[in-house]
Design a protein around this ligand. Sequence first.
Ligand code: PEP
Ligand code: MN
Length: 351
Amino acid sequence: MLVVMKKGATPVEIEAVTSGIERKGCIARPIPGGERVAICVLHNNGPVDAAAFLQLPGVKEAIPVTRPYKLVSRESQGWDTVIDVGGVLVGNGHLTLMAGPCAVESEMQALSIARIVKKAGAQIFRGGAFKPRTSPYAFQGLGEEGLKILAKVRQETGMPVVTEAIDHEVFDMVEQYADVVQIGARNMQNFSLLRRAGKSRKPVLLKRGMAATIEEWLMAAEYVMEGGNEKVILCERGVRTFAHHSRNTLDLSAIPVVSQESHLPVIVDPSHAAGLRDQVIPLSRAAVAVGCHGLMVEVHHAPETALSDGPQSLYPAQFDDLCRQIGPIFDVYKMSINGYPSEHSNTGAKA
Ligand code: PEP
Ligand code: MN
C-alpha cells in the first residue's frame, strides 16, 4: 500500500504515518515527490487496512500497490527516475550511450578505445575488469589492475565508467573505482550480490538474466531498491531462445513493458544480444525507436585481437556509423511521442 500525504503535510504528520506503519510490524519507506510525499508500506504479510491511515491528519489517500515489485513499480512512483552518473543523466528524455571493449586488456587498449568512442558520441565508458566467462581457461580480466586503468580512462577522458562486480567478494573493490556497478546477466538472481548492491551508493546497472521473465528481472531490481539504493538502471541484453543466427534474441518488447511497469530507466545492450557485429547497428536503431533510454555497445580498435567478445565488437568506424544513424531516429522518436515542436528548431522537441 502507498499512503499519499496531502501537499504541505508537516514532518510531524508524516512521522505519525511512518510510526503507525511500523507499529503494524511493517517497514515504511517515504518516497519524496515533487509536490507531496508518499509512504510505501513494505514487508506486510497480507493486505494493510487503509482506514487506520485515512483518518490521520495530512493523509490524502491510500492506494493499494498490486504489483509484487513495490518500489520499482509505477504504482509507487508515477514519474520517471533520472540517474546522475558523474554528470551524465540516464533516464526520461535522455539517450545515454555507453561504449567500450568487453574487457579491459591494457592501458593502451582501454585509452585508445575510450578516445575513439568519446569522439563518436559515447558518454560513459564500459569495460570489464572482472569477466564472467563460460570457460575457466578463458581470459578472466585484469582484476584490480583493470579497475585502475578504468580510473585512468575517467581521469584522461572525463567519461564516467561502468564495470562489473562478478561476486560479493569483489564488490567493495569495484565500487571504489566504478561510477556504475554492473550486475551481469548470470548474476541477476544472485540475491546476496543484489543485497550488497542495495547498500551501495553507486548506481547499479542490472542486466536481465538470459532466462528471466520481466517480473523476475523487476523483482531483482526490487532487492536493490529495498536495500536502500534507488539508483538502478535496467539493461535488456537478449534472452536465450532456439535461434542459431544470433547469440541471444534481443527482446525489444521488454522495453515498452518495463517502461509501463516501472519508473526506472531501461537501456539495451545489442552486442551481447547479437553476438555478431553485423547485427549491432540495426538492433541499435530498433532499440532507439522502441524507446530505450540508452545503449551499451562493445567496441574494439582491433576486434580480431580482442581477448573477449571480438566477433560482436564494432570497429571504430562502425561505432561512428551507429552514432550517426541513431541521432535522427531519436529525434523522430521524441517528436512522435511529444508532438511536433510548434516552432522549428534544430534542437528538436523536448523529451
Ligand atoms: C558484459 O556486459 O560484459 C557481460 C558479461 O554481459 P552479460 O552479463 O549481459 O552477458
Ligand atoms: Mn562482452
